[in-house]
Design a protein around this ligand. Structure first.
Ligand code: ASN
Length: 496
């Protein structure tokens, strides 16, 4: 009899399901028990055990008939940003209190069509705005990792902090995430798991609560690179309901994993060597470079000259788009509406509802976004940021045209930090977490975070690989080679 079923990877669970060594109902029960026991992580905000059991039974019936796609019977957590039919979907915001969608996001529908099982909805930063999962209306998520024997709790990163924590603590086999400026890759790096943001347009955004529409992308958060390949294949594909979804064939990503990267050219961008970069991050990057070289890749120093403008450009463009997308939350159409005083009119209703419904970080972004889009400042900020975005995209196009196959960088400037450590500081300190990840969103490229080392205090550290557009298969294979070489096997202490 197999034990610790919640600890399985997708690929091992799939093989065991197909062989009849385990059932989806058994896998699902093991995960539900883990979810129940690890409430202190605050990773799940809405459990769906009845739905999970029904989906698991249906998956077992499908497998018995020999119709078993790779995701069939696999228990997942779903980030609260995905609209799920009949299941509360609040984007971790008070303003969406009581919102239960009548429809299913395309990504979750694709997963369910492939037989996946949903255990529940996962915590996140409010509207995906944050890098520590501390802006959620449900409260912060706890990272299952600790610094040595230190009792202090750490953040799992954000915005997909619930997804990262749940996968790292083995509450589910994998989870969905979304990434606007690093929200899959940064929490993956902070929790020792793998997360890929695919090329913009690879996954449909339909039914995912919009933050910054020109940057948002969904992707898998998994225990291994192989699992990311399997799950991404099931999530993506053309969707006529999203005009930015690409009509490009989806290859069998898993079949492309052979670990052979001989002759591949890996670029090391000098602009990512930031002032004051911790020596442990420097070392991780150098070690990762050596691993790829030993695996047969050619290493080349490259320049991406506009990198230093990426973070400011992102923190103009993302709030601008957010201020427009979030205008729909007015107290009339969705969720929360403030109690009104005698004599209040519609303006007071909007103002009070939005003041109560949005948390501070969301309010800050709406204000910044409204400002940079206002008539007098549009050219100085928004238009200039858009031009910078084009230059950043061109930097990448030039290095890829010069023969670079993938780019290696650290995923984050540090290991996971303590809860509360950055929330009291200047918000820019928090934004600096995204310094290595936002370029990828601005350029619409695929990027993957792979756990590759441990710092002195025993915390996981991740490396990022950036690939050519639509070549996720190649990127995953390079990540696979890095994963094999790094041999990261550490796990956090048991949480349930
Ligand atoms: N959504 C993301 O990708 C997270 C990013 N840190 C932000 O706050 O915008």
């Amino acid at each position: 009899m197999m034990t610790d079923l919640n600890k399985l990877t997708i690929s091992d669970a799939r093989d065991a399901l197909r062989k009849g060594d385990v059932t989806s109902v058994e896998l699902t029960e093991a995960c539900l028990t883990a979810v129940q026991g690890a409430g202190a992580l605050n990773a799940f905000v809405h459990d769906t055990p009845d739905l999970a059991r029904a989906q698991a039974q249906a998956a077992d019936a499908r497998i018995a008939q020999g119709d078993a796609p790779a995701m069939c019977g696999i228990p997942l957590g779903i980030k609260d940003l995905f609209c799920t039919r009949g299941v509360p979907s609040q984007a971790a915001s008070r303003i969406l209190e009581g919102f239960t969608p009548e429809y299913e996001s395309t990504v979750t529908q694709n997963l369910f069509d492939a037989g996946a099982v949903m255990l529940g909805k996962l915590n996140m930063d409010e509207f995906a705005m944050g890098s520590s999962n501390e802006t959620s209306c449900y409260g912060n998520v706890v990272n299952p990792w600790r610094r040595g024997n230190d009792e202090a709790q750490l953040t799992p990163g954000g915005s997909s902090g619930g997804s990262a924590s749940a996968v790292a603590a083995d509450l589910c086999l994998a989870a969905t995430g979304t990434d606007t400026g690093g929200s899959i890759r940064q929490p993956a790096a902070f929790t020792g798991i793998t997360g890929i943001k695919p090329t913009y347009g690879r996954c449909s955004r339909w039914g995912i609560v919009a933050f910054a529409s020109s940057l948002d992308q969904a992707g898998p958060m998994t225990k291994t690179v192989r699992d990311s390949a399997i799950m991404l294949g099931a999530m993506c594909g053309h969707d006529p309901k999203d005009s930015t979804s690409a009509d490009i064939p989806v290859p069998d990503f898993e079949a492309m994993l052979n670990g052979d990267i001989k002759g591949k050219v890996i670029g090391i961008p000098k602009e990512y060597r930031m002032d004051g970069m911790p020596d442990e991050i420097e070392k991780l990057w150098a070690d990762g470079t050596a691993m790829l070289k030993d695996a047969g890749a050619e290493i080349r120093d490259i320049s991406l000259p506009h990198t230093k403008y990426a973070l400011p450009a992102y923190y103009v463009i993302a709030p601008a788009e957010a201020s427009s997308n979030l205008a729909r939350y007015d107290g009339v159409r969705y969720g929360h509406r403030a109690k009104l005083a005698q004599g209040d009119g519609i303006t007071e209703m909007y103002e009070k509802t939005r003041a109560e419904g949005f948390g501070h970080e969301v309010q800050r972004r709406v204000m910044v976004g409204t400002y940079v889009l206002s008539a007098g400042f549009y050219d100085a900020y928004y238009n200039r940021a858009r031009k910078v975005r084009t230059l950043i995209k061109r930097d990448f196009e030039e290095v890829f045209a010069a023969g670079i196959d993938a780019i290696l960088t650290p995923a984050t400037p540090s290991a996971a930090f303590g809860l509360g450590e950055m929330t009291d500081a200047d918000p820019v300190q928090m934004y600096l977490n995204d310094v290595f990840t936002v370029t990828v969103n601005l350029a619409g490229l695929p990027g993957i975070a792979v756990p590759a080392g441990i710092d002195r205090q025993g915390l996981p550290l991740g490396l990022q690989l950036i690939g050519r557009p639509w070549e996720e298969g190649d990127l995953l294979n390079t990540a696979y080679a890095l994963e094999q070489a790094a041999g990261f096997v550490a796990k956090p202490a048991k949480w349930w």
